[in-house]
Design a protein around this ligand. Structure first.
Ligand code: GLN
Length: 216
């Protein structure tokens, strides 16, 4: 911005009292889509690959990708313990798909050496929807989001099999063979979805997360 530019800020930015710095864990997966969505929501997105970058963010998105690969990279980049510590200290986080798996306190059908972060008291089953429906889409009612259902894109997605007492279920599969399966949850400031809101252009879930960060 140059010195003479006192023009009104962008509409999105005007809505929010400040511009939170939100990291996107950038070890593997669909990082770019989250960066774009966060920017549109008025946040300042930054890539997180090292502990010093993690220390500087107000909240963190854990993208979809491959949870076992991200788990290995978290160890290789010496981010696993710093990330666990920040979650214990109350950093807001949002995990989609592989990110949901990483945020779980227990993971079924994963590799025995895969690590997770226990950001949400939940048991998640990896690749739960099975091979015939590796990928599918459906419309979901999402607690706390008005203006109609959310289009949910599932790509080799997990589901949530158990939630602790502190966890709020935000969305379930509405119909079909997987009706009732839990696919979105929140515990305090930590949010997780089995599906990928970053690929549909619907910003409501990211906005919900940015609001959690601003409230923190
Ligand atoms: N199946 C992947 C895993 O186990 C998750 C898929 C995704 O993030 N789209 O990590």
């Amino acid at each position: 911005m140059n010195a003479s530019s006192v023009a009104a800020p962008a509409a999105e930015a005007r809505q929010t009292p400040s511009r939170p710095t939100i990291g996107v864990l950038a070890l593997q997966g669909d990082v770019r889509e989250h960066i774009a969505a966060l920017e549109k929501c008025g946040a300042e997105p930054v890539l997180v690959r090292r502990a010093s970058e993690l220390a500087a963010v107000d909240g963190l998105v854990l993208p979809g990708g491959e949870s076992t690969a991200i788990s290995k990279l978290l160890e290789a980049f010496e981010l696993l313990e710093p990330l666990r510590a920040r979650l214990r200290d109350g950093m807001p986080a949002f995990g989609s798909c592989a990110g949901m798996i990483l945020l779980a306190s227990e993971v079924l059908d994963t590799r025995p050496d895969a690590k997770h972060l226990s950001g949400i008291d939940m048991t998640v089953r990896r690749n739960a929807f099975g091979r015939q429906v590796d990928s599918f889409e459906t419309d979901l009612d999402f607690a706390g989001l008005t203006d109609g259902p959310v289009r949910a894109v599932f790509i080799r997605a997990p589901w949530v099999e158990r939630v602790g007492a502190e966890v709020e279920v935000l969305a379930t599969v509405p119909s079909g063979p997987f009706a009732g399966r839990v696919v979105a949850v929140r515990q305090g400031k930590v949010l997780a979805t089995s599906f990928h809101p970053e690929v549909t252009g619907d910003l409501r879930v990211h906005r919900m997360f940015v609001d959690l960060v601003l409230a923190a």
